[in-house]
Design a protein around this ligand. Sequence first.
Ligand SMILES: [Zn+2]
Ligand SMILES: [Zn+2]
Length: 247
Amino acid sequence: MLGKLKDIIRLIRVLAVRLVAGCKARDLETVGEAVLVVAPHPDDEVLGCAGLVQRLLSTGRQADVVILSGGGRSHAGCCGIDEASLVENRRQLSRRAAGIIGLPTERLHFLDYPDGGIAFDNAETGRFRQLMAALKPDSVFVPHRGEGWSDHLAAGEIVRRLTEEEKASVRVFEYCVWFWYYNSWNIDWHQARVLKMSPEENRKKQQAIDAYVTPLAPCGRPWSGVLPRVFVNACRWNKELYFEAEK
Ligand SMILES: [Zn+2]
Ligand SMILES: [Zn+2]
């Protein structure tokens, strides 16, 4: 009975993703000359924004990625691998994936917020503030506010608070990762923007996703833990969906 219900929910999710993919939204247009992508965990930046990062770099603009946590909880309740080596391995995957999409290592930044406990009231927010001040991005990309996953919501919340502190006008965009799992039936089409990837950009995005989901930890599961197929497949679409946040 429970298994059937799960199948039905899974089917609804697949259909919702298809529906979104078939609809027309405006193209993602000006995002400025300097863009910062904020990922709560290693892999969010690639799942949500690998096409965007490639497009920015190939058109001579500045792209930076900051990964807020090391993802050290992805095997909690699994194999008891120690968090430090888990984090080191996941960061290694981040560097590899960045190399695939052409992001130079010095443009990839790591912070040490706790996995599962990302919050504004953490000492790391001081480092995050310094990074924003150094990079002076025109636009910041954060996970969608309907992601249904506390670290993802907290990432957006921290950026909104930091940009409010700054008097400069920074535009905030939202990208989609767990959105496809939790929120794809609740789309604000007015704010939706789409980036269509070239076949080459899409091919590199697939490779970068594979760089994250294929390598296995000693226990035999992917370093990130096992992610639901529905949303990983949605992220393999040849377009990326964004939302410009309301002021
Ligand atoms: Zn994440
Ligand atoms: Zn494990």
